[in-house]
Design a protein around this ligand. Structure first.
Ligand code: C2E
Ligand code: MG
Ligand code: MG
Ligand code: MG
Length: 288
C-alpha cells in the first residue's frame, strides 16, 4: 500500500514539474518577444523629503504588461531575464522610456533606476548608460543608480570601478536594500555611495517590532555620522512616518505616499508639486 502511495506521489510530482517547466518556457519566450514589442514599462514611485513633505523625485520600477500573463512583477521576470541573457536589453528599454518621461518633469526632480548584478559585471555598462543619457539629452546629475547590497559581496572590484565611473559622469549611486546583504561597514565606507536606502523589511514593521526599530535607528545614525544621506523605503503608515521624523532630514517612499504608477498617471501629482512644492502632511493615495 505504502509503495503505491509513493508511486502516486511520484506521478503527481512529475506532473507539477512538467507544469513548472511549461510555465518557465512560456515566461522565457514571453520575455524575449516582449522586449522588442515594448511590453516592459516603467512605473514610478514617489520619493519624498519626509520633513518638508516635498516631492524630490521618482524611482522607476519595471512592469511587464504581458498579453498572456497580465501585469507581471519584476520579482518574477527580472531573475528569468538575467538567466536567459535578456536583462541588458530589458533594462535599456525601460530606462530609455523613463528618461523620456522624466524630461517632462520639473528638472529638480530626480530619477532613480535599479540595476541587476549582471549589469554591474558588464564593463561597458557605464558607457552604454552615458550614451543613453546623451541620446535622450538628459542631465546625468538627475539620474541615480540603485545597486542592491546583496549583489556587492561577489562583485566588489567591479562595483568599485562602476561606481567610480558613474560618479565621474555626474551620476549618483545609491546602496539599495541596506541591511539585508552581507557587506561590512568597512566596505560600505570604502565604496563612494551617495546615499543608502534602508530596506523596507525593517521600516514597514518598526512600530510592532523593536528589533527592526533598533536596526532602522542604527542605520539612520550611521548615515548621519558618515554624512551619507538616508532613504527609508516601505513607509506604509503615518505612525511609521512620525517615528522616522526624529531622524531629521531623511527621504522616504512607500504606499503611504502612493503605489508605483505609469507616467500617464503622474500629472495631478506633478501639477500639485509645481503649485505648492512644500506640504507638511503626506497625502495617502489609494491603491490603483
Ligand atoms: P526595490 O528597488 O527595493 O523597490 C522597492 C519595492 O518595494 C518595489 O517593488 C515597490 O513597489 C515596493 N514597495 C514600495 N513601497 C512599498 C510599501 O510601502 N510597502 C510594500 N510592501 N512594498 C513597497 P517592485 O516594484 O515589485 O520591485 C521589486 C524589485 O525589483 C525592486 O526592489 C528592484 O530591486 C527590482 N526592480 C524593479 N525594476 C527593476 C529594473 O528595471 N531593473 C532591475 N534590475 N531590477 C528592478
Ligand atoms: Mg530600488
Ligand atoms: Mg530597495
Ligand atoms: Mg527593498
Amino acid at each position: 500500500h505504502a509503495k503505491r502511495q509513493g508511486r502516486n506521489s511520484f506521478f503527481w510530482f512529475e506532473g507539477v514539474m512538467a507544469d513548472e517547466m511549461r510555465f518557465r518556457n512560456e515566461l522565457e519566450m514571453g520575455i524575449r518577444q516582449g522586449i522588442p514589442r515594448g511590453e516592459f514599462l516603467p512605473y514610478y514611485e514617489q520619493q519624498i523629503d519626509l520633513q518638508t513633505g516635498e516631492l524630490t523625485g521618482f524611482e522607476m520600477l519595471a512592469r511587464w504588461d504581458s498579453p498572456h500573463f497580465g501585469l507581471v512583477s519584476p520579482e518574477i521576470f527580472i531573475p528569468v531575464a538575467e538567466d536567459i541573457g535578456a536583462i541588458a536589453a530589458l533594462s535599456e528599454s525601460v530606462i530609455r522610456q523613463a528618461l523620456e518621461d522624466a524630461k517632462d518633469w520639473d528638472p529638480k526632480l530626480g530619477l532613480s533606476v535599479n540595476i541587476s548584478p549582471v549589469q554591474l559585471r558588464d564593463p561597458w555598462f557605464a558607457q552604454k548608460l552615458l550614451r543613453m543619457l546623451v541620446e535622450a539629452n538628459f542631465p546625468p546629475h538627475r539620474l541615480e543608480i540603485e545597486i542592491t547590497e546583496s549583489c556587492l559581496h561577489q562583485n566588489l572590484p567591479q562595483a568599485r570601478s562602476l561606481i567610480t565611473s558613474l560618479k565621474n559622469q555626474g551620476i549618483k549611486v545609491t546602496l539599495d536594500d541596506f541591511g539585508t546583504g552581507y557587506s561590512s561597514l568597512a566596505q560600505l565606507r570604502s565604496l563612494p555611495f551617495d546615499r543608502i536606502k534602508i530596506d523596507r523589511s525593517f521600516v514597514t514593521s518598526l512600530i510592532e517590532n523593536k528589533d527592526n526599530a533598533a536596526i532602522v535607528h542604527a542605520i539612520a545614525m550611521l548615515g548621519k555620522d558618515l554624512e551619507l544621506p538616508v532613504t527609508a523605503e516601505g513607509i506604509e503608515s503615518s505612525e511609521v512616518l512620525k517615528h522616522l521624523l526624529q531622524y531629521g532630514h531623511i527621504k522616504g517612499q512607500g504606499y503611504l505616499y502612493g503605489h508605483p504608477r505609469p507616467a500617464g498617471e503622474l500629472s495631478e501629482l506633478l501639477r500639485e508639486h509645481a503649485t505648492s512644492p512644500i506640504r507638511s502632511e503626506p497625502v495617502a493615495v489609494a491603491a490603483p
